[in-house]
Design a protein around this ligand. Structure first.
Ligand code: TYC
Length: 128
């Protein structure tokens, strides 16, 4: 009688996934002065005057604007700090966070790798 012997698989393939990046989003309101929003963007998100103004005016016109993309904890900390800075002055300035949606996988993974390691914001490609 022939016997079939099977060998158990011993190698376990570990798939490591990089944590998803999170967007910090600036929400428009009718009360916070424009200059204050620009100052916060410069201080908390290390933007220059021109970048900060562009993000502020985009939020002002469209209702919201993505400020930058970070690892989850960094995004949440920065959004909280920036929102608190407004509240300390009595302004309703609001920064929120949300997970970044999947886009083109190769493009995404290239940036995810860099931004995740350095915790730096990804440059925003301005929409016309
Ligand atoms: N809308 C505000 C004003 O006219 C300025 C402003 C812009 C406030 C962007 C918040 O996220 C914001 N003073």
């Amino acid at each position: 009688m022939s016997e079939i012997t099977t060998k158990p698989r011993t190698k376990v393939r570990v798939k490591t996934e990089r944590p998803k990046l999170h967007k910090v989003i600036l929400i428009n309101d009718d009360y916070t002065p424009r200059e204050f929003v620009v100052a916060i963007l410069k201080a908390e998100f290390r933007m220059n005057e021109e970048q900060a103004y562009r993000v502020m005016i985009t939020a002002h016109k469209r209702g919201a604007c993505v400020v930058a993309v970070y690892a989850k904890d960094v995004a949440e900390t920065k959004a909280t700090r920036a929102t608190d800075a407004g509240r300390a002055k009595g302004y309703p300035l609001m920064f929120t966070t949300e997970p970044e949606e999947e886009v083109c996988p190769s493009w995404q993974s290239a940036w995810t790798g860099i931004a995740w390691r350095l915790s730096v914001p990804r440059p925003q490609i301005p929409r016309s």
